[in-house]
Design a binder for this molecule. Sequence first.
Ligand code: SAH
Length: 218
Amino acid sequence: MKGLLTDQVDRFETARNKMVQVQIIDRGITDSLVLKAMRKVPRHLFVPEEYSNEAYDDNPLPIGYGQTISQPYIVAYMTEVVKPDSSKKALEIGTGSGYQAAILAEIVNKVYSVEIVPELARESAVRLKDLGYKNIMVKYGDGYTGWKENSPFDIILITAAAEQIPQPLVDQLAENGRLVIPIGAPAAVQELILLVKQNGKIEKKRLTFVRFVPFKRL
Ligand code: SAH
């Protein structure tokens, strides 16, 4: 006889595999490392309990403090765009629930993540530790200034929409590094921008239109 917990695990695993097929593969994400991570990370444990049945739906969800966990497709898309692999060191700005950090940590060597809401920084640090992630460091602070002591970063992924690209983050990007950021006014449609640093020069590419919570300053 199956226990309640096993049934639950099966239920969420079924929902998760369906999410990866319908929302991610069918929309063109092909990086096998990204797909593997999205199939593995238990997204329902990153949302408030009352939303766990909606955790694999095709939309963002509230995580408290006026913030949201991004839509699964957007997480997969941003992760694919920064070309993660096991040799890389990543910086995330906007830890939120810790879900994007966990997806990155499944693939890269080390993830540093900065969160400006102290409660979210604390909660996500505990959650990631409980889930066994040893290669993620979360700190509370204003991500505008990055995390200089651990720079340069091969990957910088910003999950809040800024009006301009913070220069300290560009400075902390490694040679051949990739930075992805939503740019635009808070209430407006924003554009996802990719920066690639090559021979010290920055190449800029416009990717797609998105909607993120605003980048705040302390
Ligand atoms: N990556 C998150 C998405 C969180 S939404 C996840 O997977 O759940 C964006 C987050 O960015 C919010 O938690 C918000 O508080 C945070 N944020 C906004 N401005 C910030 C800043 N300047 N520095 C660090 N975090 C910031």
